[in-house]
Design a protein around this ligand. Structure first.
Ligand SMILES: *Cc1c(COP(=O)(O)O)cnc(C)c1O
Length: 417
């Protein structure tokens, strides 16, 4: 298939429009978040002496302690633990939940069904004896989203009753891979405030995956007690090979540290495998990388909107609380072609051809593209989508706008859109 459209013209037009409207805002957010990161480096006097870790038990590792403090300040939190021992974002969230919840406690999700991989952690799927449910934690969910995916910031009486009984109120910031919108920090603030008027004592935990540095403030600044996330997404800046973090109130972070290691060790032990420098450098780069990713997503959105496709969020959306872009392609062949082209212009594994396959946990086949330096990293340009209507592609990341532009040029030149 050969295109009839002026590819260069469309992309240039999109960039010109974005440069007038959305990109200055993204630049501004990027500067605010970068300033906060650098201020934390200066405040805690990061030095080259922090780059060498302590082997064995890892006791008195000044670098690890400094990384924790810098990260905490960056997340506007009292304390943080940043560790390569966190296997993934799911693991960091699981550790945070296990650290805070005991038998008889009610965990209440107010953003509906949580991210897929948390189903087994909670006990909604599988039968692990170590799921929260099988440890006696009571899980409930309500949703602040209505049928039209709009956010309701006041609670109905039945919802208020559920909030009253909760030990933990759980909020997922990013849409993940669902069609509900991503929550803005402003919305999270209002939700936390209204929940607190009903139950001032509940722990408010936010799944912060994909959200870091997309807005000027992080959830702890608007009242979240605890957040967790992955270092192969936003806060690793594209260069950290593994790990996760938990940040928030000092007592809760300490409980999470006990759950990650053991009581008595907590955050005071754990070899860093020479990753402290890389984690600090990744954090230093992260605001810029996230800005590039958000510019990339707005560029893709704008181009496909121009061609008549539905996107979410829209290119000119007021806020963008994560680095995911949905484009409804309405055609299985186009979805597959999108992923094939993306893979073919990836810096790594460009010779691999993605084909749709069944993925555990999904009812439909899924096609994925991700030729990334870090396996599974989604701050790097990647895409996937289930083969079912509306054949939406979930595009995410992009360490440089240049890469995204290169991809868009290739895709539009080769396919009729
Ligand atoms: C990515 C993500 C997670 C955690 O996923 P991992 O692949 O385990 O790091 C959790 N919640 C949301 C919303 C996510 O996007």
């Amino acid at each position: 298939m050969k295109t009839t459209v002026d590819v260069q013209g469309i992309i240039q037009q999109a960039e010109a429009a974005l440069a007038e409207s959305v990109w200055p805002r993204l630049e501004e957010t990027g500067q605010v978040t970068f300033n906060r990161v650098l201020d934390a480096f200066l405040r805690h006097k990061v030095g080259s002496e922090h780059f060498t870790g302590v082997t064995g038990y890892g006791h008195d590792d000044l670098g690890r302690a400094t990384l924790d403090k810098v990260f905490a300040d960056t997340m506007q939190a009292e304390a943080a633990i940043v560790r390569p021992q966190f296997v993934s974002g799911t693991h960091a969230i699981s550790v945070a939940l296990n650290g805070c919840l005991s038998s008889g406690d009610v965990m209440l999700s107010i953003t509906g069904h949580p991210y897929d991989t948390l189903e087994e952690v909670i006990g909604l799927r599988g039968d692990s004896a170590r799921s929260l449910k099988n440890q006696g934690v009571i899980y409930r969910e309500i949703s602040v989203f209505d049928e039209n995916h709009q956010v309701r910031t006041t609670f109905a009486e039945s919802q208020a009753e559920a909030i009253r009984q909760a030990r933990m109120i759980y909020i997922q910031r990013s849409r993940g891979y669902s069609f509900r919108p991503t929550l803005s920090i402003g919305q999270i603030e209002i939700l936390i405030q209204s929940a607190r008027t009903i139950n001032p004592n509940a722990i408010v935990m936010v799944d912060n995956c994909y959200g870091e540095f997309t807005e000027a403030d992080e959830p702890p600044a608007v009242g979240a007690d605890l957040i967790a996330g992955s270092l192969i997404k936003n806060p690793g800046g594209g260069i950290v090979p593994a790990g996760g973090y938990v940040a928030g109130r000092a007592d809760l972070v300490s409980s999470a540290a006990d759950a990650l290691t053991c009581p008595g060790v907590g955050d005071k032990g754990g070899y860093m495998f020479d990753l402290t420098r890389l984690m600090l450098q990744g954090l230093f780069l992260a605001p810029g990388m996230v800005k590039e990713a958000m510019k990339s997503m707005t560029l893709a959105a704008r181009v496909f909107e121009h061609l008549g496709y539905e996107t979410a969020p829209a290119a000119d959306a007021d806020s963008r609380g994560d680095i995911i872009q949905i484009i409804r392609l309405h055609d299985p062949e186009k979805l597959i072609a999108f992923c094939k082209t993306l893979q073919s212009v990836s810096p790594v594994d460009s010779a691999i051809t993605p084909i749709p396959a069944v993925v555990p946990g999904y009812a439909d086949q899924v096609v994925m593209a991700g030729g990334t330096f870090i396996e599974g990293s989604t701050i790097e340009l990647s895409a996937d989508g289930p083969l079912r209507p509306p054949y939406a592609v979930f595009l995410q990341g992009g360490l440089t706008v240049a890469h995204t532009r290169y991809f868009l040029e290739r895709f539009l030149a080769a396919h009729e859109c």
